[in-house]
Design a protein around this ligand. Sequence first.
Ligand SMILES: Cc1cc2nc3c(=O)[nH]c(=O)nc-3n(C[C@H](O)[C@H](O)[C@H](O)COP(=O)(O)OP(=O)(O)OC[C@H]3O[C@@H](n4cnc5c(N)ncnc54)[C@H](O)[C@@H]3O)c2cc1C
Length: 508
Amino acid sequence: MSRGSREVYLPLATGPLAAPDGRSVVVVGGGLAGVAAATVLAERGVEVTLVEKECYLGGRAGAWSERLSSGESFEMERGFHAFFRQYYNLRALLRRIDPELDLLAPLEDYPILGPNGEVQSFRDLPRRTPFNVISLTARSPALGLADLVRVNGRRALEMLTYDAERTYGRRDGMSAGEYLDSLRFPPRARHLLFDVFSHSFFNPEYEMSAGELLMMFHFYFTGNPEGLVFDVARAPFSRSIWEPFTRYLESLGVRIQTGTSARTVRRLEGGRWSVMTGRGALQAEGVVLAVTVPALKKLVAASPDLDEPAWRRGIEGLDLTNPFAVWRLWLDRPTERGRAPFVGTTGLGPLDNISLYHLFEDESRAWYEKHGGAVVELHAYAIEPDQDDGELRTRLLDALHDVYPETRNSGILEERYLVRRDCPAFAPGSHASRPGVETAFEGVTLAGDFVKLPIPSALMERAVASGFLAANYLLARDRVRSEPIRSIPPRGLLAGVPLRRPFLSRPL
Ligand SMILES: Cc1cc2nc3c(=O)[nH]c(=O)nc-3n(C[C@H](O)[C@H](O)[C@H](O)COP(=O)(O)OP(=O)(O)OC[C@H]3O[C@@H](n4cnc5c(N)ncnc54)[C@H](O)[C@@H]3O)c2cc1C
């Protein structure tokens, strides 16, 4: 962890490490957010029941067993995940089951491939701002000096001046696409430099808040003291994360109920709550709702005791973004030597990234060593809801052939194709009413990657930080010691610096 990280205790309670006897919490949702909350609460001696709709933990980062037609079993996942180094809270969570984080392996580069052999590399960029920005700009094949003169410098500087209140205040009403257009980067540079950010959050550019995009820039790049590098899981998530976590939580006494949905939340006498599930009612002093957006909306709609009108409107205003597709292919020929395990792509139709699983994950590597060939995963984000599957697959395969021509002659031995729609929308104008972890109801907290947080954070890290925070709010009622929450610097390097140089004075 670099010296640039910050420890923020929210809310700060410095009392004993153990909760008073008999405290209980029901955590609804067994994704990263719910597991993070359950972990902290159980470690402090709270009796936790974790209710998960699916028959496995992990939610969108979960995995389940399937069989290939050869009879070999394998673990299918919801798709490739990058574990960035500034995911301090996720890493702290994973250290519970693997103190040295041996489950993760570093990836050396995160290249972006475009049409006609274009490559943008993020390898060995300086970690500090503004050197990282200068270096990336200087090495970009799609950006010359003449282009830089035309760039709207003042707008571009907003990437270095992130400040939650000011940034969301000024830019939440604008779309990410409009913001990126206003920078006046040449189209090739815009794709190579920025699609990696805007596409990675599943939202279509013109339907995502520019405030949210600027927070993401700050979180992943301009404010990230760890650099734009990430690790990957060496083994399927089921083996590397969820089986060890199940054992860990059970060792702390957590009752894990998978295959059960929560349906309603009711207020009881004496400040207690009752969560009705498919297996009956669970009563507790506290509840963490760590479910997906549609599940939360349904739960709240069915729970009249969660009756604060402004809060309910905030929940009703949440939405999902467009679906995404994940296509795992077992090919009968290998990919060329020297291919990167993971690449982002741009300008290649709907294709967003390519993962070569046989190059980093043990199960796929074993399959490759036995059979030859390749295990490839293609992702397409923010696809149209009525997209024709056959047409999408053809376009994805064409794009794969374009960037990795050796795959043109490969036969597909096996495939798994998933289209899902469960990632949150971050629509322009949605920040002000986005619900936070604390709710209007004493003893009820929210967690998940769609929840508003007081620190810059996204995706898996946002899920875990919100889960820690949800636990802290419940523990603070007994002044039980908070779980440390770590963050990158909350503001940009130039936040608050008056920028009045003439070349910056173009009207906004
Ligand atoms: C294809 C893909 C690629 C991704 N890549 C990355 C990446 O590279 N890096 C990154 O940081 N993030 C990535 N993400 C995002 C990451 O997976 C999510 O941000 C994170 O897993 C969200 O965790 P969560 O706990 O907030 O929500 P979820 O994982 O959605 O958990 C919610 C849980 O609630 C359960 N549930 C729903 N309704 C009920 C109910 N009524 N009762 C009980 N349980 C219920 C669900 O089954 C689910 O398990 C990716 C996501 C996808 C889909």
